[in-house]
Design a protein around this ligand. Structure first.
Ligand code: HEC
Ligand code: HEC
Ligand code: HEC
Ligand code: HEC
Ligand code: HEC
Ligand code: HEC
Length: 452
């Protein structure tokens, strides 16, 4: 079933790709387009063009900083490259906006060149038409894009099947009525005979086609409903094949690369995105072959080297000339974890605010299987997996079980600030000695906290 679903999804992605690439052939001059790519790869975790996300909307930002801060493009270059250094230098406007956004840290981008930044600014000044949003990126937009079409197609299949079945029923009813009528009129007995005969002849002729049709419709309906159920369902162990054989064991395990180096947006919000190919290139510009000691049984150096080549194909990097050719190919990772649309799950709540609480509680419950990184409490020992698979069932019961049993760390900076009043109230409500404040006490069992 799961592999079927996988192919179904891949087909949808393929169709989606076909449809959306047609929209991407655009008569724009090069720079804003490259800017768009860079923007999507590096900035969309926190910025949109038209609305505030974590940072301010960036459409027309060049003009805006001029009017609001009296600063120019060179300021923007410094800010985007290293806003921390700019703030530390005492720059007035930089510190002003930092205060204005509650001291939310923007990332630093030392690897963006001056031209890259000019391209991004060109994009924010002159963004192409909105359809461009659907363009698949080398940024591994993951399957988030495929999720909604999948949903829609399934719904469509269900609706069409139901309509067809309804039509069939009406047709049978009409036929039955005609038969009854015929049987009632005695005068027409003779005629009836021939009619009934001709009806049975028709039946003889067509019943196979009819039954075939009903069978097909029934299959479609079952498939639609099954898929719909599976969409809300449980995928523990789900482990699809990916376009590049990327091993977490080799990266996070053998080479001890920090999860958040690649999944950097986990800290800042709702999603913890799959890294863009630019992130891979930070290292793979120089690591073009595999020389590690570790080999997964059945794999060899040639295999790993071939997989690394795929990064170059995707980003259009020519390792011989050490330059980009400009020919890129999107890499569509298949999304493994995917909550239904009606669930709200926020990584930063767990990875930042809940980090210590979750690690402590997990280690208390699993003294022989301790974790060092918060991610592993929910995703399992990803650093030992060559292929990621879901380590928990990610059901409502699973969320709630942890909320009931995990003691909140009321002393971390985040909770001190956000739950100041609540904390005082809870202190009174729960006895001081031994009284535990678990996540349910701060609202972790309220339906509205997890459901839209
Ligand atoms: C992790 C979140 C995050 C990422 C990623 C991020 N930013 Fe920001 N950005 C912010 C925040 C938050 C602010 C508001 C100032 C502050 O709190 O530091 C900001 C402010 C800015 C400003 C100043 C806007 C103004 O109105 O004065 C610019 C320009 C900017 N970002 C550009 C970028 C670009 C370009 C990228 C991608 C290369 C990017 N940012 C990536 C969070 C982010
Ligand atoms: C070098 C970059 C890199 C590092 C480091 C890394 N990841 Fe990943 N991660 C990826 C890529 C690429 C994918 C998508 C391909 C795949 O599923 O293997 C991914 C996928 C995942 C997924 C599945 C996402 C989905 O589709 O639902 C999880 C969960 C995950 N990583 C967690 C972690 C954790 C936890 C760590 C640290 C122990 C970590 N990653 C370290 C690059 C990285
Ligand atoms: C922080 C540096 C770093 C980043 C970022 C990084 N890699 Fe790697 N990658 C490595 C190292 C180190 C090796 C092992 C090389 C060796 O041992 O010779 C490796 C090996 C590989 C291999 C061969 C082994 C395997 O996992 O199959 C592939 C394929 C690969 N990387 C893909 C990627 C992709 C795709 C990304 C981006 C999502 C990425 N890497 C990001 C450092 C990195
Ligand atoms: C409290 C449990 C929990 C913790 C801790 C956690 N995750 Fe997740 N993670 C989830 C859930 C639930 C989803 C599915 C979210 C969805 O589908 O909306 C998810 C999804 C993901 C994805 C797929 C993309 C996405 O956002 O849907 C990645 C990648 C990921 N997590 C990486 C990480 C990394 C890296 C860490 C540690 C820094 C981490 N997670 C910590 C529960 C957790
Ligand atoms: C491993 C334990 C663990 C799991 C599993 C877990 N959570 Fe949490 N969650 C926490 C902790 C700890 C906090 C409190 C963070 C803090 O200190 O503010 C929290 C807080 C929350 C909050 C904020 C509650 C509030 O009142 O502000 C929401 C919403 C939430 N979690 C949703 C979810 C959802 C949805 C899932 C399942 C997909 C989930 N959590 C799974 C540990 C967990
Ligand atoms: C801590 C987070 C959390 C809280 C609190 C929570 N839910 Fe859920 N709920 C979820 C998650 C996650 C799912 C998706 C489960 C899945 O995909 O298997 C879900 C699924 C559901 C479903 C769909 C049926 C199912 O099991 O898939 C219903 C209905 C529902 N929740 C109702 C409620 C109601 C009513 C409340 C309040 C009493 C509530 N939920 C509180 C996280 C939560």
């Amino acid at each position: 079933m799961i592999s079927w679903r996988k192919h179904y999804k891949q087909t949808l992605i393929a169709i989606g790709l076909l449809l959306s690439t047609s929209a991407s052939i655009y008569g724009q001059d090069g720079d804003p387009k490259n800017g768009e790519k860079l923007f999507k790869a590096n900035c969309t975790a926190c910025h949109a063009l038209d609305k505030q996300v974590i940072g301010p909307p960036l459409k027309g930002v060049v003009d805006r900083v001029k009017t609001e801060g009296g600063v120019g493009k060179d300021w923007l270059h410094k800010w985007i490259k290293d806003n921390k250094a700019l703030r530390a230098s005492g720059d007035k406007y930089a510190n002003e906006i930092f205060e204005k956004y509650n001291k939310t840290e923007m990332l630093v981008f030392p690897n963006l060149s001056e031209k890259d930044i000019d391209d991004i600014l060109a994009y924010t000044t002159n963004p192409p038409a909105p359809e461009e949003k659907k363009t698949p990126e080398a940024t591994a937009g993951t399957e988030a894009t495929a999720a909604s079409p999948a949903d829609k197609t399934t719904t469509n299949i269900v609706i069409i099947s139901l309509l067809a079945i309804a039509g069939l029923l009406v047709w049978i009813l009409i036929k039955l009525r005609q038969l009854v009528k015929l049987g009632q009129s005695e005068d027409l007995a003779g005629l009836n005979e021939t009619r009934v005969k001709s009806f049975s002849e028709i039946y003889q002729k067509y019943h196979l086609i009819g039954k075939g049709l009903i069978a097909i419709l029934a299959l479609l309906a079952t498939y639609g409903i099954w898929n719909w159920i599976m969409w809300i369902g449980v995928y523990k162990g789900y482990k699809p094949e990916q376009p590049i054989y990327f091993s977490h064991k080799i990266h996070a395990g053998e080479n001890k690369i920090d999860c958040q180096l690649c999944h950097s947006s986990a800290k800042y919000g709702k999603v913890s995105e799959i890294p863009s190919m630019n992130v891979c290139m930070n290292c793979h510009r120089t690591i073009s072959e595999y020389n590690g000691k570790y080999m997964e049984p059945g794999k060899d150096k040639a295999f790993y080297d071939g997989e690394i080549q795929k990064i170059y194909a995707a980003t259009g990097w020519d390792p011989q000339k050490a330059q980009y050719t400009g020919k890129t190919q999107p890499v569509e990772w298949t999304r493994i974890h995917n909550m239904p649309d009606f669930v709200y799950f926020n990584h930063s709540q767990h990875v930042v605010a809940g980090e210590q609480a979750i690690i402590n509680s997990f280690n208390k419950k699993n003294p022989n299987n301790k974790i060092d990184v918060v991610c592993k409490a929910c995703h399992g020992k990803i650093d030992t997996m060559n292929v990621v698979q879901m380590a928990n069932d990610f059901t409502m019961g699973w969320c709630i079980e942890c909320h009931r049993t995990t003691e909140v760390d009321m002393n971390n900076g985040y909770n001190k600030e956000y739950f100041k009043n609540l904390h005082d109230k809870l202190k009174k409500q729960y006895p001081k000695d031994g009284g535990k404040i678990t996540v349910d006490a701060i609202g972790g069992l309220e339906c509205g906290k997890c459901h839209y």
